[in-house]
Design a protein around this ligand. Structure first.
Ligand code: S3P
Length: 170
């Protein structure tokens, strides 16, 4: 099955996904990178040129394509599992979704210098983060099959996820 990491921007989906891939030998796919490679454009430029709605369509296409593959570790985007049909497609492909749960204050600190995420390029960045977090938290919870506290050291988070994966395989 595919393992899909979900959670807010800055929750460590890419970092943890890469480490998990090393540990398990599974191929790692970062969905934002996948979309960027397909389009030959950065996410921030896709938002600027075509708008968020178009990005969400591209994201949905990526979910459908990746759900056909097997044994991947997938770092989804922070908005991916908020769309019900993406969650359905991941599950239909046999995917197991793990929510990387990080306290909002830690996210604010991790994201304070970000220049790549279009939704955060606003002067009141922390307000935006808090609003989005409040809107999204229960959706991450609802979409996921397991939650892992990820405000901790990356090595510890990887250990927790590995043990969940072992149980799944047992
Ligand atoms: C988004 C998160 C980003 C990227 C895009 C939109 C979101 O991914 O997909 O900027 O809506 O939360 P990361 O969570 O990998 O930063």
């Amino acid at each position: 099955m595919n393992i899909i990491l979900c959670g807010f921007m800055g929750s460590g989906k890419t970092r943890i996904g890469k480490l998990l891939s090393k540990e398990t030998g599974r191929e790692f796919v970062d969905m934002d990178k996948y979309i960027e490679n397909n389009m030959g454009m950065k996410i921030v430029d896709i938002f600027e040129r075509y708008g968020e709605d178009k990005f969400r369509e591209l994201e949905h296409d990526a979910v459908k394509e990746l759900s056909k593959k097997k044994n991947l570790i997938i770092a989804s985007g922070g908005g991916t599992v908020l769309r019900e049909e993406n969650v359905v497609a991941f599950h239909k492909g046999g995917g197991f979704i793990i929510f990387l749960n990080v306290p909002v204050v830690v996210l604010e600190d991790r994201l304070k210098n970000d220049k790549k995420r279009p939704l955060l390029q606003q002067p009141n960045r922390n307000e935006v983060i808090e609003k989005l977090y409040a809107e999204r938290y229960h959706l991450y919870k609802a979409a996921s099959d397991a939650t892992v506290y990820s405000g901790a050291r990356a090595s510890l988070v990887v250990k927790r996820i590995s043990s969940i994966m072992k149980k799944l395989q047992a």
